[in-house]
Design a protein around this ligand. Sequence first.
Ligand code: ASP
Length: 585
Amino acid sequence: MYRDKTCGELRIANVGETVTLAGWVQRIRKMGGMTFIDLRDRYGITQIVFNTEVNSDLKDAANLLGREFVVQIKGVVTERTSKNPKLPTGDIEIEASEVKVLNSSAIPPFTIEDESDGGDDLRMKYRYLDLRRNPVRKNIELRHRMTMEVRRYLDSKGFLEIETPMLIGSTPEGARDFVVPSRMNHGQFYALPQSPQTLKQLLMVAGMDRYFQIVKCFRDEDLRADRQPEFTQIDCEMSFVEQEDVLNLFEGMAKHLFKEIRGIEIEGQFPRMTWADAMRLYGSDKPDTRFGMTFVELDDVLKGHGFSVFDNAAYIGGICVEGAASYTRKQIDQLTEWVKRPQIGAKGMVYARVEADGNVKSSVDKFYTQEVLQQLKEKMNAKPGDLILILSGDNAMKTRKQLGELRLEMGNRLGLRDKNVFSCLWVIDFPMFEWSEEEGRLMAMHHPFTHPKEEDIPLLDTDPAAVRADAYDMVINGVEVGGGSIRIHDSALQAKMFDILGFTPEKAREQFGFLMNAFTYGAPPHGGLAYGLDRWVSLMAGLDSIRDCIAFPKNNSGRDVMLDAPAPLDQKQLDELSLAVVEID
Ligand code: ASP
């Protein structure tokens, strides 16, 4: 037997017991005739003492040990004279009588402690060592607990966990596919699923009624901080449901997770906010509702006073930043530079300060009388000491998004985005389509299988851009943690949707014939959603990047620096796959 106790479980009550532990040597300290070792395993750290003066075998062994050696230690649990209240095992230590080196270790490239001296790249290359560190390991444990709770909750609601294939066909809608060449089918390719969307719908046609799967999805997109080329979804689908049924069940799951994982009870129903309101009030389809600072449209107050920037704007909107009138000129200039950065893209920013006496001072005083500025104050509901920040532009949607970024930035600066406060809501009634400049056509905002709102169906023929969908996102603290929709289950409506999206009937049949065909055999009304597990876990753990909760993540260029992938194939493999790599400029 390698061990009878772990490095995390011994307490004062165990004093006097003879135990055997196994683990990694985290630290070695020599003090006179004593050698102290911090022995670590997944469960914790236990201090080991070698009294090398009385036992010369131990002295030899202690001299051989190095950091990250794997050792087995037998000894007696004793009470420590100087206790360490920071460690759960800090009241005791093991007085070693025997030590056995199970494996030696090369000198690790960085310190394997809570605060490591290793940079990101180095830690990614040696991820298996990074995973030995408490903060990283804890995220992986949290992830495990979350998936267990997800399974428990969904099982209790009658969901079946069903696997769907990883090698499927490529679909043109959505992101780019990762493709896999087929050796046995010359010149043909599988695609890795961007999501099991159509398959889960087929499971509903198959009568499975309630499906879920914790599943890897693959999207060949340009990467951002919160994106990985492969990521995990909690993918769900239900039959005979309307939108509210889905929202209620999955809000129940969110509450269950908050309670079980964070011990937080979320009372009442999650607010439902329409997409139009989210854009109007927050300039975002995933508003961070931990704080207010909602937008106020100011066209009626600020237009027509000779300030051409506002007079010619398609949209003028402001936010009232409570208590920020003390912002200095320099800070405001910095903020103006901040909104003008290419990532935000505003042309400039106008501010108005409400002074202690109630007077308003603005950067465009020469165009506005105090009377108009007072109207501005009223409209913004601003009080003495508040700062009003205003953006305008010739594209209302773009300007709203810029103001949304400014709002989040002010939220950060004022400390209003506390990671331990959670604000959840559903954003509903998304537009069915969005215009793609790149493609020059309407694209499905969610996906082509989404059901239009019943009352908007007539608009499909007359004004498709105005059609809203039975689509919803769950948003927590400005993060879209999940999204889904009620699906089309009628083959004629599905065909119409493909037509609006620019598919010829032949192309639609070629790509999605299997689905439309299935719909002719009694498809039940159905709907569902998918949660992004990585985002969920990082939100629960208060992480900035989803990478930190993935055991073996890719870096920002989509590389696995540990496995050194992707990599070229050798000629033999290329030949077997009938592939040739050619340079295209
Ligand atoms: N398949 C969708 C997605 O990946 C989610 C859903 O509609 O259920 O975004």
